[in-house]
Design a protein around this ligand. Structure first.
Ligand code: DGP
Length: 114
């Protein structure tokens, strides 16, 4: 999508600290990290948010979750633990309108889910 910042990051138009890339998924470090490790995992195809994904996108959703698991292990987060979050819509705190998983770790996490 033309005006989407995460589409531009996934296509390399905007630079990022890339962590992982394959044909479907792109992962990069968050520009405003909330934890020592804060990685965003996105599909290359544009979906504005989780609500915009439907039954046909189930496999993609599973792929994103699987990649979060793999990246968490690569970043050595799996032993102490980590958090995966998806913000959806204004009350969910979503700012960028391209579906993304936050992978947070490297410290003990508290907050509303803690
Ligand atoms: P959310 O609130 O769930 O939409 O989170 C959006 C996240 O995206 C937020 O933690 C900051 C991050 N972010 C926004 N713009 C950029 C960018 O240009 N580069 C990187 N690496 N991260 C960005």
């Amino acid at each position: 999508m033309e005006d989407c910042i995460f589409c531009k990051i996934a296509s390399g138009l905007i630079p990022s600290q890339k962590v992982f890339e394959d044909e479907n998924v792109f992962a990069f470090r968050d520009i405003q990290p909330m934890a020592p490790t804060h990685i965003l995992i996105i599909p290359k195809v544009h979906h504005a948010n989780l609500t915009a994904m439907d039954k046909a996108d189930q496999t993609l959703g599973g792929t994103l979750l699987h990649m979060a698991n793999i990246i968490a292990q690569q970043e050595n987060l799996d032993n102490d633990g980590y958090r995966i979050a998806i913000n959806c819509g204004p009350w969910g705190g979503q700012v960028v309108q391209h579906v993304h998983l936050h992978l947070l770790g490297g410290r003990e996490l508290a907050g509303e889910l803690g």
